[in-house]
Design a protein around this ligand. Sequence first.
Ligand code: BF8
Ligand code: SF4
Length: 633
Amino acid sequence: QEINRRTVDPAAAEMLEYAESAKMSTAWDRYKAQQPQCKFGLTGVCCRICIQGPCRIIPTKAGMDKGICGADVYTIVARNLVRYIAGGASAHSDHGREIAYTLLAVAEGHAPDYKITDKDKLMRVAKRVGVETEGREVLEIAKDVAIKALEDFGKYDHDPCTWLYTTIDEERKAKFKQTTIAPTAIDRSIAQLLHQTHIGVDADPVNIIFGGLRAALSDYTGMSLATDITDILFGTPVPVLTEANLGVLDPEKINIAVHGHNPLLSQMVVYAARELEAEAKAAGAKGINLVGICCTGNEVLMREGVPTATNFGSQELAIMTGVLDTMIMDVQCIAPGVKDICDCFHTLLVSTSNIAKIPGSYHVEFKEATAMEDAKKIIKLAIEQYAKRKPELVKIPPYKKQVVGGFSFEAMMDLFGKINPDSPISVLTDAIMAGEIKGVCAFAGCNNQKTVHDDPGLTIARELAKRDIFMVSTGCMAGAFAKAGYLSSEGVEAYAGPGLKKFIKRLEENSGLKASLPLVFHMGSCVDNSRIANLWTAMAQNLGITVPQLPFAASAPEAMSEKAISIGSWVISMGIPTHVGVLPPLEGSELVYGVATQIAKDVFGGYFMFETDPMKAAEIIAEKIEKRAWKLK
Ligand code: BF8
Ligand code: SF4
């Protein structure tokens, strides 16, 4: 589909032409080379769960309508689907676990380079999860919070996970209890799901899907505790001013990209870079320029104002500028293809995690006990690398946009609180009830080669803006918006409908901030989708309604990863209609497709809307939001 239209990001377009002329292969070329993709795989009907397979189902062909073991197509499609969720939940929650371990290490004095930065948040979280705060030392409290978080991974009682049940409303708690999908331990729900989908265990597609939703809620649990503890360690984001797109790379400075997800590393790189400015200057550069790629980029954008270079889809292109001296990777969403491009330039690829290595890259193991030393070691490598730059290969596309980011849930409440200090969230809900804005849409998720890079998200956002829908974003969609100017007032001027514009301008006049507010509010990385869940929970509580009654929708216009599937699955379980702009492999079973798009609505109030045409998708999303707003009134 649209193989020849590749991106709407001008910097990416320029680099793609360059890649073509220089015969460097990118994800775009490899996507093309993969066509046509296997129909069995595309529709989810290929089973490889045991090695009698692969079994490929053709429902209309006698004998091929079932797998060798007798599994029906609905069993196979459902199993394949939920195994994505298991992958996504394990990635997000393992990230959360590392953060929780670091908080424990801080409390016990084993992580000298980290500290409690946001004591107020620690106290708020402690109270919420039932840790005693009265008359206790900060580190004692931190230790108990860390242990409570770690217990959510493997506790052996049968109570729902703490970070799930202390962050949602009563109605959802009852719903999850009644449908038996509340996880009691994150690891158990993932392991059980793999067990449930082993050959010869569960053949009931609905039961399999419910197992999947339990793991999806543990994905939520893991990211919710990750967000909380990251804020405790590094500070809760407040509005910051920065920039995005390849034009943020500076030919006169040492350019270092942090790529991946874990802020334990990227945040330490930020601190270390500040300390090594003088060394960079001694090497003849004007200083160190840190930039972000993917979600760890979002983490340091939110807290430190580090500019974003690219999102997932265009990650290889940053290297082609010839000025990226080092790319530091940790875990998740680092395309192995970056190494081939590094080989064409002087860029050093540094891996830091023992579970994420790329052959040929330089490995510096990053440990929490020696975090600052490790981060400095990597930056010194980058400084050495700078001398190897080839001036004839320098080519930076001259595109960048201003970004106003840093909208944590707390920052949003501060902003609303400037207008109504007694009930900040009312500022948003009142505007909806008055019809000034129609509702809220949250954008999340990745880039996917099956779409035109960045286009679907931008198109949908423009259409929703016109219809006065308030918008927030995380992940690589926030990256797309950042690069296009939607995270600054430029977006407001260009696309906001009259009601939305009035609303944003009112917030702006009262904000006390120097910068003007954006069209889309950047709420963070993908694990920070928990912040968006806090937002809809607060809105529902304020209006005295359930989450499924809220005029609130979500969209993952370019969903790609297992993590995105996992997020989408808990978002619908929470009661939010969710658009996905690519077709996940479930068309092979009408039953499973029906559960995802219709039955889910009856049970949870949330459901998937699959639509690959962005204009039509915008129409559908707006209609769902408007209908809910109308019912509310
Ligand atoms: O966790 S949006 S491509 S970078 S998976 Fe990956 Fe998708 Fe980007 Fe962030 Ni999220
Ligand atoms: Fe085939 Fe059944 Fe094995 Fe799947 S589990 S590969 S359907 S025999």
